[in-house]
Write a protein that binds this ligand. Structure first.
Ligand SMILES: [Zn+2]
Length: 338
């Protein structure tokens, strides 16, 4: 399978803001900024900035209502935006293969699939086709507490939202791959509701809620790309890559130390290749390699007790990289003592 993982894919926050802006353009019907087909776009690797799970309802065309075009959104549409196993597989594929960091489950007002489920629960009569029941049966458990004998006008609306929330929850916890990426702060899964009546998409959660903030570091270890300007608060600057980074001189790099022995082996680096699905296992294997580097680790820990330490790396992958794994390892060591 060709791997098109994009380490510079926009953050969940940035992707969400882009969706909001696109929906605003759509509602104002200002000139569309969606990218049209071009020979270049058609053949280059895809880098969708968001994954959207929406409903098949013909009144909810995802690309149109976010004013996005060719190659921008990875869209799965299925009646009732349900989370079936093949849907989870499609989403795992997108986040692991392209590095897309925002996943949106988007329901909509007046959803026929949700209405059919509400009716089935209330009357006890499901749809006749077992294939259609396969859809309503997936929605029904999420609505059990909602459907009362007396139907109110707001029931369908509540049911749509409950269904979106349940789908978000299923995605966050029903896939080990997605769950790990959410815990690492790499991916956010949020719910949304498209209002047929106004054309507006309302997001039901904000991204920071879905993305846990990293714990404050007790050892004042930070990390930074070596190409970024040197700052006073960097403190002790230590390069933690095995190879000297391309395109930067020793003078410009301002490196206080080069701890190449604290970089992963070539074999491990090649095995990992910044594939998010391998991140947890990469950290385990890397920790085993570090077992024989006790002296270097102790030097760095001592430095971190004196003042800030900045781990420098070259990779365009700024989060799930060897410096991040080393930082976590050092913090873990600082917590548990020598
Ligand atoms: Zn629908």
């Amino acid at each position: 399978m060709p791997h098109t993982w994009d380490p510079s894919s926009p953050s969940p926050e940035a992707a969400l803001e882009r969706l909001r802006e696109g929906n605003r353009r759509f509602r104002k019907a200002h000139g569309s900024r969606a990218r049209p087909w071009s020979r270049r776009l058609a053949t280059e690797a895809q880098r969708p900035f968001a994954v959207i799970l929406g409903c098949s309802d013909s009144r909810t065309p995802v690309e149109i209502l976010f004013d996005e075009g060719f190659g921008d959104l990875f869209v799965i549409r299925i009646a009732g935006n349900i989370v079936a196993p093949s849907v989870v597989g499609s989403i795992e594929f997108a986040v692991a293969q392209f590095g897309t960091r925002l996943v949106v489950v988007m329901g909509h007002t007046r959803c026929g699939a949700v209405a059919a489920t509400v009716k089935a629960i209330a009357t006890g009569l499901g749809p006749e086709s077992k294939n259609i029941r396969a859809i309503t049966d997936r929605i029904a458990p999420h609505l059990q507490g909602l459907v009362r004998p007396k139907r109110s006008a707001s029931l369908l609306r509540e049911a749509v939202r409950a269904n979106v929330r349940a789908s978000v929850d299923q995605l966050r916890h029903g896939s080990q791959l997605i769950e790990e990426l959410v815990l690492a702060g790499r991916v956010a899964v949020v719910g949304a509701e498209y209002q047929l009546e106004t054309g507006a998409v309302r997001f039901l959660d904000s991204v920071p809620e879905a993305t846990p903030a990293p714990e404050p570091s007790p050892t004042r270890v930070r990390m930074k790309r070596i190409y970024e300007p040197v700052a006073k608060e960097d403190g002790f600057r230590v390069l933690v890559d095995r190879l000297w980074p391309r395109g930067i001189s020793k003078e410009r790099a301002h490196v206080d130390a080069w701890a190449r022995e604290l970089a992963p082996s070539d074999a491990l680096r090649k095995w990992y290749a910044h594939r998010p699905a391998r991140w947890e296992e990469f950290q385990r294997r890397f920790a085993r390699e570090l077992e024989v580097q006790e002296e270097s680790l102790q030097r760095l820990l001592a430095e971190a007790r004196r003042g800030p330490v900045t781990l420098l790396f070259a990779s365009r992958e700024t989060e799930l990289n060897n410096a991040a794994a080393l930082k976590r390892h050092l913090e873990e060591r600082a917590r548990t003592g020598p």
